[in-house]
Unconditional design. Structure first.
Length: 235
């Protein structure tokens, strides 16, 4: 059966970024230039290249954490096309609430909030009914082998691996059309890597566009429809 053509949810064009190193006399550190790629709904695009090539920086530019020096990062928000490169901070915040999800390598949460509530809140924030959000959180934590005895505890008391799995569950709990993944399987065992692969496949089946960094070669081969070598855009 032919693949159903879906519209692009992300289009990056002519993006360049240079960091100013204020602690060493304002030295300039070029990162990337002329970055161009697009991602359609239902596909996963992997950013490839060695450490330091600018992969995580690119994800942060798409999320609006880093401003670009030039170029455009257009995200489809319903019927509107929004350029992250020129959008106001308020508009970027709205996009993060409704359109762009981000799974980082680190869990940053309010202390003393239980793991189950952290994950459920990610769904509730997008309008999911409280009971449904809680069920979704339970299913995700179960799929990622977070023991039920930990659900009522704050993740600050968890091991690093357990915190990472809570972080992944939170990222996948929402209904974001565009999902950014920064090494989601780093430090996970084989069982939980398989769980993350299944979650990514399910999002693709729902028509979500995903952009990810995967240092695990097997995971990258299994989930990515295309790979973009970031070294092509070295500044």
């Amino acid at each position: 059966m032919d693949r159903i053509e879906r519209p692009d949810l992300l289009a990056v064009s002519g993006v360049a970024k240079t960091f100013t190193m204020h602690l060493i006399g304002g030295a300039l550190l070029p990162v990337v230039r002329d970055v161009a790629f697009h991602v359609a709904g239902g596909e996963c695009v992997a950013l490839g290249g060695p450490s330091g090539a600018g992969k995580s920086s690119l994800l942060k530019m798409v999320y609006g954490n880093y401003r670009v020096d030039s170029g455009s990062i257009v995200v489809r928000d319903g019927r509107e096309a929004v350029d992250i490169a020129s959008a106001s901070p308020r508009r970027i915040i709205r996009l993060r609430q409704t359109t762009i999800g981000y799974v980082s390598q680190f869990l940053r949460v309010i202390p003393r909030v239980p793991a189950l509530e952290i994950v459920a809140e990610a769904a509730r924030a997008q309008g999911v009914e409280a009971g449904v959000a809680r069920q979704r959180a339970q299913a995700l934590l179960t799929a990622l082998s977070v023991p039920e005895r930990l659900w009522g505890l704050a993740p600050a008391t968890f091991s690093g691996g357990e915190q990472q799995r809570v972080n992944i569950a939170r990222g996948f709990a929402g209904n974001f059309p565009l999902l950014l993944l920064d090494e989601p399987t780093a430090s996970l065992d084989a069982k939980n890597r398989e769980a993350v692969i299944r979650l990514i496949d399910a999002k693709k089946a729902e028509g979500v566009a995903l952009v990810g960094i995967f240092h695990d070669d097997d995971v990258r081969r299994r989930v990515a429809d295309r790979e973009i070598d970031v070294t092509r855009f070295a500044a």
